[in-house]
Design a protein around this ligand. Structure first.
Ligand code: HEC
Length: 198
């Protein structure tokens, strides 16, 4: 009897652990769940890319291409099709502005694809810089470089569906410069079209 209790509790713990994963998105279903999962995949890819750009993980052009491919596969039409009109079911954090400003939303989603492809194209341009290992230092360096590249390309003021640097220009850039544009596209879209979260 007691044994069975313990077994039951242990089993519940295991099932519980599984269930936690399944409801990681707060009970989202359908297309909301699908896009949250797609976004999570983007987040994971960006996490690993960030680690490589900061020198916290060995830089591998092949790995960069793979991760860029993952991002590309979830952007453009693959992303916009997960946002059918007024799909705001709980617990979605999407904003109605997506559909009132669909042109800009879909332009940002297409831009993500452009930058992901450019990152793959630029993956071999990596030059091991005086690697400042880890933490804030690494981040400062990465963003500093990104900012400079951004300014170098007139109208780094991107967004608004405007044209950023061309694919050819991007393919010549160091990968961390392209990466900056990529990350900036995530933020730009979230700023306009996702509820603020802290
Ligand atoms: C074109 C707009 C757009 C772009 C570009 C975009 N996102 Fe999102 N993202 C959203 C919206 C809208 C939501 C909220 C979706 C919802 O809750 O229904 C979201 C949600 C998320 C979430 C939370 C998912 C969850 O489980 O709640 C993560 C993580 C995320 N995005 C990561 C990224 C990353 C990383 C990038 C860039 C590589 C990116 N996104 C690019 C619009 C975008």
């Amino acid at each position: 009897m007691k044994r069975n209790m313990i077994a039951a509790v242990a089993l519940a713990a295991v099932i519980g652990a599984g269930a936690t994963t399944a409801i990681a998105h707060g009970g989202a279903t359908g297309v909301v769940k699908e896009r949250m999962e797609a976004m999570e995949a983007l987040g994971d890819a960006m996490k690993e890319l960030t680690a490589m750009m900061r020198g916290q993980q060995d830089y591998s052009p092949d790995r960069v291409r793979t991760l860029a491919g993952t991002i590309d596969s979830h952007s453009g039409a693959a992303m916009t099709k997960l946002f059918p009109k007024d799909s705001l079911d709980h617990p979605s954090e999407a904003l109605p502005a997506i559909w009132s400003d669909w042109d800009r939303f879909s332009a940002l989603s297409a831009q993500l694809s452009t930058y992901a492809q450019a990152l793959a194209a630029a993956a071999d341009n990596h030059r091991p810089a005086g690697s400042a290992p880890g933490g804030m230092m690494g981040q400062g360096t990465m963003q500093g470089q990104g900012m400079m590249h951004g300014q170098g390309m007139m109208g780094g003021g991107m967004m608004g569906g405007g044209q950023g640097p061309t694919a050819e220009m991007l393919a010549q850039m160091p990968p961390d410069g392209v990466f900056f544009h990529l990350a900036d596209t995530c933020s730009a879209c979230h700023q306009s079209f996702r509820k603020k979260q802290n």
